[in-house]
Design a protein around this ligand. Structure first.
Ligand code: HEM
Length: 147
């Protein structure tokens, strides 16, 4: 499990109190978001076009911290509680030389996993809008940059 069960419960309880009609609550709350994130990184690590970005993290045991940050980031952008404590998106990706192509591939993986987990189309649409709007914070590589 990406987050401990106590934190999962807290996120759901706080979401119910503060914003029960959020996309976060609608898709099944913290357990659903954690499951999406687990599957998302499984697919990124299985994608030959992307795996090299993540190998250093796997080797330094940083993958579980990344997953935790990603769960909290997604929870926040889906209208759930704001517990995100990672770096801002620009700072987190500045050293990675991410191309637009890699960005679109990662975005597609995320949307596909959400679709596979039966996330409704209006929420997928909103997620796609957000992904498009933050791309300039993350993409710093020119087309054709080697990986
Ligand atoms: C699609 C939108 C994306 C979102 C919302 C996102 C979100 C995040 C978050 C929340 C973190 C953790 C920051 C921290 O721990 O302080 C992170 C780190 C990271 N992301 Fe992304 N990311 C996105 C796209 C990408 C892409 C396209 C790639 C590579 C192709 C990528 C590779 C990484 C890597 C390797 C790290 C770890 C950096 C490090 O700790 O050295 N991300 N991302």
């Amino acid at each position: 499990m990406t987050l401990d069960t106590a934190l999962l419960g807290q996120l759901d309880a706080e979401a119910q109190q503060e914003n029960p009609s959020s996309a976060f609550a609608a898709i099944g709350g913290a357990v659903a978001v954690s499951a999406v994130v687990e599957e998302f990184y499984t697919r990124l690590l299985l994608d030959p076009a992307l795996v090299d970005f993540f190998t250093p993290l796997v080797e330094s045991d940083g993958l579980s911290a990344l997953k935790r940050h990603q769960v909290l980031m997604l929870t926040k952008v889906l209208g759930g509680p704001d517990r995100y404590s990672g770096r801002d998106l620009r700072a987190a990706h500045a050293h990675l030389t991410i191309t637009d192509e890699a960005y679109r591939r990662v975005s597609l993986h995320l949307l596909t996993v959400m679709h596979d987990f039966k996330v409704p189309m209006d929420i997928l649409q909103a997620a796609d809008d957000i992904l498009r709007s933050v791309s300039s914070l993350i993409v710093t590589g020119a087309a054709g940059d080697a990986r």
